[in-house]
Design a binder for this molecule. Structure first.
Ligand SMILES: CC(C)(COP(=O)([O-])OP(=O)([O-])OC[C@H]1O[C@@H](n2cnc3c(N)ncnc32)[C@H](O)[C@@H]1OP(=O)([O-])[O-])[C@@H](O)C(=O)NCCC(=O)NCCSC(=O)C[C@@](C)(O)CC(=O)[O-]
Ligand SMILES: NC(=O)C1=CN([C@@H]2O[C@H](COP(=O)(O)OP(=O)(O)OC[C@H]3O[C@@H](n4cnc5c(N)ncnc54)[C@H](OP(=O)(O)O)[C@@H]3O)[C@@H](O)[C@H]2O)C=CC1
Length: 409
């Protein structure tokens, strides 16, 4: 099988004997990928040579992508080191950021150096749980109420069914929501070091079988959108999803003045007028400046599901002066309501992503399970705090456009 030639394999597709997605069944993954690239290149006229220059065996990406063509290479930089005083991660770390936005790493790096000069940032995961919310069809509100009641009375049985599919996952609670003849059951799991979307979906499927066999309800969809995965949603901002994590720090006045070229008062005022009032007027779910930048770049670097940046950016930044007027220090915090992260599963095993997790010291399962994913959440929260500080300061000192003109073009 492994000695099949790229050209022969491509010919089999041209002659209609094989479909484009069947190549891995007839050759090793790198040969299959090369043949597919050849065919797509011919059809599109595009030169795909660089996409084909990837630095890991294609087989390693087998569970992560279908119809593999190669790899996109996103540059990765580091910010830090920064002292993280977290509940799960209490150490100095470099933060890996994969991005194409010039000035972003410089900005987070500046924020990290400011946090370090202030003795580091504290971080804590304050709530944790991955959710899946199937939707059931019932006859009317009487049946809806009966289903909600049955669920409340049978949580242990539901947990037994759900947990029969996983050796790590634990069902934490099930919250019913009724809308007419629809009942949404929001299952929430402790998924330990896994982001947990596959785990929670498989476990919830098992629990749904039990519900259908014991009640008159009929499952319409295993995901009823009240989960809510990969869409902006207030339920995640309020109830949390994945890790709810906050980072904060007090920055001495002299550090704000010397390193950020502004004052605690100016940063606090911009935060109120921009991140709070401006966001409220815009109807935004994100009351922050650019948390998505750090979440996205650290997600890409560490193999997280990039679509979940949507929920990861559900964050509120606060900034206040602390101390005597005119001589006050700056208290700054960022709270990310729904940061969905894992250090096992999904894209975390891919070679470059696994190296970036190792750089943070959080690759693989934690001891006890769940602590590595908590640590990753804390590191991302501290990176987000660094980014908020630096951007707010750049706005205060009117350096935003010049910084991007200099570094980002
Ligand atoms: C660019 C800076 C940092 C200059 O800031 P500065 O204070 O003029 O620079 P500096 O040369 O004095 O250096 C200060 C520190 O910045 C870091 N730094 C400085 N240069 C580099 C570099 N090349 N590579 C790595 N690190 C760098 C480094 O930590 C350095 O300390 P040192 O190590 O020298 O003691 C600053 O102006 C800045 O942070 N600007 C803000 C840029 C920013 O945050 N961009 C984010 C993207 S904006 C966006 O996407 C979202 C937006 C804006 O639309 C959202 C919204 O609506 O708000
Ligand atoms: N199915 C869906 O609806 C969706 C799927 N996804 C995708 O799901 C994937 C992520 O799902 P996820 O469930 O996290 O990952 P995986 O499906 O890769 O499963 C991870 C598995 O790792 C095992 N495991 C080993 N050590 C640990 C540990 N320390 N902590 C926790 N689990 C451990 C668990 O096995 P065991 O359970 O046997 O204990 C767990 O189920 C991503 O690829 C994402 O893109 C994203 C959104 C929706």
């Amino acid at each position: 099988m492994t000695d099949v030639d790229v050209d022969d394999l491509a010919d089999s597709v041209r002659e209609g004997e094989l479909r484009l997605h069947e190549l891995e069944e007839h050759a090793d993954a790198d040969v299959a990928t090369a043949a597919r690239r050849l065919l797509v290149s011919e059809q599109s006229g595009a030169d795909l040579e660089t996409i084909g220059s990837y630095g890991f065996p294609a087989e390693a990406a087998g569970p992560n992508v279908e119809n593999m063509l190669g790899a996109v290479q996103v540059p990765i930089g580091v910010a830090g080191p920064v002292r993280i005083r977290g509940g799960a991660l209490d150490d100095e770390r470099y933060l890996p950021l994969a991005t194409t936005e010039g000035a972003l790493v410089a900005s987070v790096n500046r924020g990290c150096s400011v946090l370090d000069a202030a003795g580091g940032a504290s971080a804590r995961v304050t709530k944790s749980g991955m959710t899946r919310a199937p939707v059931f069809k019932v006859e009317d509100v009487v049946e809806a109420e009966a289903l909600a009641e049955w669920v409340r009375d049978n949580v242990d049985e539901l947990a037994d069914a759900a947990e029969s599919t996983t050796s790590h996952g634990e069902l934490l609670d099930v919250t019913p929501y009724v809308v007419g003849d629809n009942v949404y059951l929001r299952f929430r799991y402790d998924t330990k070091d896994a982001m947990g979307m596959n785990m929670a979906t498989i476990a919830t499927g098992e629990a749904c079988d039990l519900i259908e066999s014991e009640t008159g309800a009929s499952l319409v969809a295993l995901s009823g959108n009240l989960c809510t995965d990969k869409k902006p949603a207030a339920v995640n901002a309020i109830e949390g999803r994945g890790r709810t994590v906050t980072a904060d720090a007090i920055i001495p006045r002299d550090v704000v003045e010397s390193r950020l070229h502004t004052t605690p008062e100016a940063i606090a005022e911009i935060n109120t007028r921009k991140n709070l009032v401006g966001s409220a007027k815009a109807g935004s779910l994100g009351f922050n400046a650019h948390v998505a930048n750090v979440v996205a770049s650290m997600f890409l670097a560490t193999g997280q599901d990039e679509a979940q940046v949507v929920e990861g950016a559900n964050a509120i930044t606060t900034a206040r002066t602390r101390g005597d007027p005119g001589d006050a220090d700056l208290y700054v915090s960022v709270s990310l309501a729904s940061l969905e992260v894992g250090t096992v599963g999904g894209g975390t095993k891919l070679p470059t992503q696994s190296e970036a997790l190792s750089l943070l010291g959080v690759a693989g399962g934690g001891d006890p399970p769940g602590t590595n994913a908590d640590a990753l959440a804390e590191a991302i929260a501290v990176g987000a705090l660094a980014g908020e500080l630096s951007l707010l300061a750049a706005l205060a000192s009117r350096h935003l456009s010049s910084a991007h003109a200099e570094l980002g073009r």
